[in-house]
Design a binder for this molecule. Structure first.
Ligand code: ADP
Length: 198
């Protein structure tokens, strides 16, 4: 199973990805997590990315495409993967299509979790109130507004990019976690092609 999870910050991509990973024994490739790891490790990429991330803006396409190309070459991705937080721009989506084409790896599903902005703002505020200890540097109402703005400007066109070629499945992200998970499971079941008999 190879899929992309699209959706705004706070849409629940991480929560749903965790469940899909467990159910399908595949790996989660979160560019956000990989960039935070690079920042924590103080690598050259991390040093370049930190300020940009703290402002709620996007790291350069070149950096994240390199990270993903590198990651997809590791053997643990051979059974399948979820891309979470990537692609975030149309240029990244085009680069991904090219890369997967070269590697001859087809995607099974591209799922967009849809959540309205007011709901997202409420969710992040609740998250900050309930877990003040685990708040990220970019998890505050001001930066979230910036991240939402960036999402609408740069990432919403990615959904349109996949919709144009009829590859996009939309899932309502404003129902309970279990209901979202069930809707994703239905989508994946419908998309999964039966093994070809040789
Ligand atoms: P969230 O899911 O809350 O939106 P992420 O953890 O996916 O946040 O990403 C956090 C930050 O990392 C982003 O705001 C951005 O600065 C950077 N980032 C992550 N993925 C990408 C990407 N594909 N392209 C550019 N920047 C990215």
């Amino acid at each position: 199973m190879r899929l992309i999870l699209l959706g705004p910050p706070g849409a629940g991509k991480g929560t749903q990805a965790e469940k899909i990973v467990a159910d399908h024994r595949i790996v989660q490739l979160s560019t956000g997590d990989m960039l935070r790891a690079a920042v924590a490790a103080g690598t050259a990429v991390g040093q370049r990315a930190k300020a940009v991330m703290d402002r709620g803006e996007l790291v350069s396409d070149e950096i994240v495409i390199d990270i993903i190309r590198d990651r997809l070459s590791k053997p643990d991705t051979s059974k399948g993967f979820i891309l979470d937080g990537f692609p975030r721009t149309v240029a990244q989506a085009e680069a991904l299509d090219k890369l997967l084409g070269t590697l001859k790896i087809p995607l099974d599903a591209i799922i967009e979790l849809r959540v309205d902005d007011e709901v997202l703002l409420d969710r992040i505020k609740t998250r900050i109130k309930e877990n003040p200890g685990s708040v990220r540097a970019d998890d505050n109402p001001e930066t979230l507004k910036k991240r939402l703005e960036v999402y609408h400007k740069q990432t919403a066109p990615v959904a349109a990019y996949y919709e144009k070629t009829k590859r996009l499945s939309k899932v309502d992200g404003m129902v309970s976690k279990d209901q979202v998970a069930a809707a994703i499971a239905r989508t994946l079941k419908a998309k999964a092609k039966p093994e070809r008999v040789r």
